[in-house]
Design a binder for this molecule. Sequence first.
Ligand code: 45D
Length: 152
Amino acid sequence: AVPATTAMFAQLNIDDQLAFLWYAYAELGRTITPAAPGKANLQLMEGIFNDIKQMSHEEQTQLMRDLASNADTPISRSYAYFGVNAKLGFWWQLGEWMKEGIVAPMPSGYQMSTQVKAVLEAVQKIDQSQQITVLRNTVVNMGFDPSLADNK
Ligand code: 45D
């Protein structure tokens, strides 16, 4: 179930990948936040987080698209060095800030595509540890690692 669900995610376009993460965070987040991301991880990212907080909403949205599309940017390069749980923690923090309006929120009235809905339904059918594995798989390959010949 994990490889199939991960493959469904990989086929989504970039905005749909972000939408999936958002709904996974918003809907499944209630069950994952108790195991909350290590505070130590988040402290390592303080510089990046400060930069993100200074950005306009447009720049923040572009930053997230750049991460998801493996664009070569300074933040994408830093992100690539994080461990996998740090990557999850990074997205979790952005999700928190989207809720608070510190990071650009989802457009009001946003309707998820049928493709996003299908991946969410697939994720809802698997158990929680598998859900976390799928989420790890989705965020692990984001960012830009210059040492990888094939970064996609
Ligand atoms: O379509 O350390 C636009 C454990 C408009 C324990 C948009 C753990 C168009 C150890 C605005 C562009 C393993 C439990 C869309 C950690 C459009 C540990 C934008 C796990 C879509 C860390 C969309 C933690 C945007 C876990 C900007 C499982 C979407 C953490 C942004 C999980 C989406 C965290 C964001 C998750 C999603 C965070 C920010 C799933 C964040 C998701």
